[in-house]
Design a protein. Sequence first.
Length: 186
Amino acid sequence: MDFLSNHIEALIFCSPKPITDKEIRNCLSEMFEADVPMKDIEEAIVSIEEKYASEEFSFEPVKSGGGYQFLTKPAYQTSISILLKQQSKKRLSNSALETLAIIAYKQPVTKGDMEQIRGVNCDYSVQKLLEKELIEIKGKSEAVGRPLLYGTSQNFIDYFGINNLNELPTLKDFEQKDNEIGESQD
């Protein structure tokens, strides 16, 4: 039964939405290439619920939306709300994202070049991106006045979950094909 419980626990854990008994049964039946009795699944779910009822776990499987999902226990609501509030402060505004995209694709780039592309002042966006350590100063340009050159940082690569700048989509990935009207019909 522990073997079955571990598989069900993994299914509940990885499902992006509540997973139903039927979905669990279909997955297990396909995996084991045999019909898994619903009674065994129900018993395994009860044992999982008992396991996570212990105080040592901060989350538990909960039946909601017609299925099961892991949810944080109510006692931890305050700490989670603080985390969510802090993470929301870390989000980038549209202007910061536009500025960051220019830097990522045109680096090393001066603030003047960014402003020419965007058509607006970029001081605030550049300052916020520097504070978040998504960009860094790469040096000074040889142009008149020797303006600072900006480029992306290692934190940029980590933030966007890529391994290097070569993994950024190319500009032609965003181009629309000429003479296309509406969606294609298959």
